[in-house]
Every structure is written in C-alpha cells, then in structure tokens.
Design a protein around this ligand. Structure first.
Ligand code: FES
Length: 445
C-alpha cells in the first residue's frame, strides 16, 4: 500500500500527550446537573441531524426532530431549499406537527392559525382583534439555521455556530468520494436504551473492545492496533481506519469456512491459490483492490467511480462530535446516533440507520448491522431494548452486542469503585471526546 497522505488537520489518535488528562468521572453519565449543562452549553450549540434529504423530495415535505424537550421541523421550500422551524406556534406555544409528512400549510390544532411552509402566518381567526395589528403576512415561526451534507439534513439552534461544513471539518473533504446522497436507508430503528448517550461515542471511539465483544469481526476486519490509523481532528471528531482483511493474530481454526474467502470469491479471486494464511490476508487484500478496480463497472458498482484504493476495501469508522457515528464501508454506510432522554441521564435513544449504495441489478443488500434487506427506503421502527428482547431482528449483530454491554456499564458508572477511565493509547479518542465536551461546558468553545 502506498503512503497515505493525512489531512493537515489530523491529530494522532493514539497519543494522549496532547490531552489535558481531564478525568472521565461517573457523574458525567449519571448526574442531572451535568445533563443540564450539556443542554445549556453543548446541545444548543452543535449541529443536529434531522433526517435524510431523501425524505424531503417535494415542496411541503417535512420531517420532525424531537430532541429532549425541544422539537424542530424542517420543510422543503418551493425553491428547493430547506427551512427549519421550532415546532411551537407563535400564538400560545402549541406543537404544530408530530410526524414527518407533507403539507401545503400548517394549521395549529388549538386556535386554528395557519402557517405557510415558509413559516409566515397566513391566517388567524379574528385577525382584526389584535391591538398590536393584524399579524398575518408578517409574523413568522421562529427559524433555525439549516444545511445539508452527506444526504443528511442538519440544523443548529445557535445563530453564531460555525457553518456546517466548517463544524464538520474535515469530514466533507475526507468523504468527498462517497456518493452519500444516493445511499438508501434500508433499515431504520430507534431503540430506547437504559444508558447514558455518551456510551455510544465512547464505544465507537475505540476498537479495543472488539475482540471481546465482537469475536466475529477480526476474521474480516483487521483489528490489530498497529495496522489501524487512529485520527482525531480539532472539532472533536475522530476516526479509526481499519483494513478489511483478516487480522493476522485472530485465526479461525483450520477447516472452518472463512468469511474472507467468500469476499475474495465474490470478486473472482480463488482463495486457495495463496500458499499460507498470511499471504492470503495481505496479498489477497491487495488482489481484492485490483479486482474491484478492474471489475467495478461491469459488476454495476458505479459508486466506486471516484473512490480510492483504501475506500473500495476498507472501513473508516468515524465519530462526528458529539453523538453521530458513521461507519463508511465500500458498499454501505451505517449511521449510529444516541440522544439523551429528556429528563433521565440513565436513558437514551439509539438510532440505527443502515444505508446502502445501490448496485445495478441488485434488489437486496447485505447490511453488516441488520442482515439482508430489500433495497428500498425503510419505515422507522421504535422499540424498547428490553435486554435484547425488543430487537430480535438484530440479535447477534455487532451493534446488538454493544447494546448488551451498555446497560451494565451504566450501572458501573454509579459505583464508588469507579473514579476515572484507565485507558490504553488506542483509547485516546475516548478522553479527547470528553475534553472537547468539557471545552463546550466550560466556555472554551
Ligand atoms: Fe396555535 Fe393558538 S396556540 S393558534
């Protein structure tokens, strides 16, 4: 493999020397005061994902994003742009919409005011009876800044926040080769979990847990710490780039069918030509790149057109501060997000969106988090985790294994025996995440 040019914003994600060493104490996961600080100083200042641009095709299409006690809706405009509004009637505060749909205007269910899709009041009963003057045509719903990237619709409650692309930097540049707008959300589940939202960002910021929690992964994604790249960026984001080839230190027993053999055969490579396991893992991975380069067009993998040699075989697992993780895979995107419960720091919701890049001729896709799915936009399913019983469709999947651990860790965070994390170098991003969070809470950002 050639030398990788790191983005100039990249910070070494295994070097704790660049950190202050702020302790990751249990109260950060359990305290209502801390939760309130996160709302006051962080959640009201970052960019949130409201949904997919594919949900807003026609003027009047809208999506709703409830976040803690707040609610925002985003509406497609006649000119093709998207506006975001607080979901509260300016008359006396009534919530205007509940679920995504389409509308020509929004009529408030309380006193019947009608708001245009552009947020301007169109109708109020007894419009002459306002001492302050008729509000129709002038009063507007309170608007938020809205922008798109990656096929996602984002908004921020902060008028002074950086532009979305600056906030996300350098992600838009790093992932410019992926046709993210065309990804189809083939599986969409929201799961109520009894753990603090930060569990997921912590968990997705390291692969140290993989061998224990996900023993099925090392045979096809190299989990060896020294072969991955661990990167952090000043905005609080980070990623681990792992080669999608067998880890040399995790061999399946001889005679057991190997998932890498299956991948090689898919691209016309005979796994039996390699003299030994090491050669198959290392040379087979290079041969796989070459085969994909040679065959992508005739196989209908048109999304490979602009992707580089790393992107067509490997897996950059990416956390965008504070709560969005996207696993970029050659043919899939997996979006994970946790959001806090409105009142209880011991609870959150976990969003799992499995997205696939369409391949010509394929009507089904293989999602590594949700198994085989038809290639079409999925409906959202909302479930309680219930110790795994609530989500049988994903039992045994990687993300299910993470969730099975989450609630136990949350209980441990309440213990007097837990004081601070005792981290490996490869978990540096975990403390980095908490330090960036502290920067928000303590007014340094
Ligand atoms: Fe909306 Fe009265 S609260 S019309």
């Amino acid at each position: 493999m050639g030398k990788i040019d790191l983005h100039p914003l990249t910070i070494d994600g295994r070097d704790p020397a660049i950190l202050r060493g702020d302790p990751i104490t249990g109260d950060r996961y359990t305290s209502r005061d801390f939760m309130q600080k996160e709302w006051d100083h962080m959640w009201t200042r970052i960019w949130h994902v409201a949904g997919r641009t594919a949900e807003l095709e026609e003027p009047g299409d809208y999506i709703v994003h409830d976040f803690m006690h707040e609610s925002v809706f985003c509406v497609k405009q006649q000119d093709g742009s998207i506006k975001a509004f607080y979901n509260a009637c300016r008359h006396r505060g009534m919530r205007l919409v509940n679920d995504a749909s389409a509308a020509n205007a929004f009529q408030c269910p309380y006193h019947g005011w009608v708001w245009g899709t552009d947020g301007v009041l169109q109708y109020a009963q007894d419009a002459h009876d306002f001492p302050q003057g008729n509000p129709c045509g002038t009063l507007r719903l309170k608007e938020l800044r809205c922008a798109t990237w990656g096929g996602f619709v984002w908004y921020t409650m902060d008028d002074t926040a950086p532009e979305l692309l600056d906030y996300l930097a350098p992600m838009p540049e790093l992932y410019k080769n992926y046709p993210m707008d065309t990804a189809v959300r083939v599986f969409w589940m929201k799961i109520d979990l009894d753990t603090n939202w930060k569990f997921a960002t912590d968990n997705f910021s390291e692969s140290y847990h993989t061998r224990t929690a996900h023993p099925q992964v090392p045979p096809w994604i190299d989990q060896d710490v020294d072969t991955a790249r661990h990167e952090m960026y000043p905005g609080g984001h980070g990623r681990t780039v792992q080669p999608m080839r067998p880890s040399l230190s995790d061999r399946l027993p001889d005679g057991m069918p190997h998932p890498f053999d299956y991948i090689l055969r898919q691209w016309d490579i005979d796994p039996d030509v390699y003299p030994d396991y090491e050669t198959k893992a290392m040379q087979g991975w290079l041969d796989l790149k070459a085969a994909k380069r040679r065959l992508w067009r005739e196989r209908g993998y048109l999304h490979y057109e602009h992707m580089d040699d790393e992107e067509i075989t490997d897996s950059p697992h990416t956390v965008m501060f504070p709560n969005v993780t996207i696993s970029f895979l050659p043919d899939n995107l997996i979006f994970f997000r946790t959001e806090p419960h409105p009142d209880d720091p011991n609870k959150c919701t976990f969003d799992l969106w499995c997205m696939a890049f369409p391949v010509e001729g394929q009507t089904e896709v293989e999602s590594i988090m949700a198994g085989r799915q038809p290639l079409r936009e999925a409906e959202m399913q909302h479930r309680a985790f219930d110790n795994g019983r609530g989500v049988p469709e994903i039992e045994g999947q990687i993300v299910y294994q993470d969730m099975m651990l989450a609630e136990g860790q949350q209980r441990g965070m309440h213990s007097r025996g837990y004081e601070d994390a005792y981290l490996t170098g490869q978990e540096t991003r975990v403390r980095f995440f908490h330090e960036v969070l502290n920067d928000y809470l303590e007014g340094r950002r």
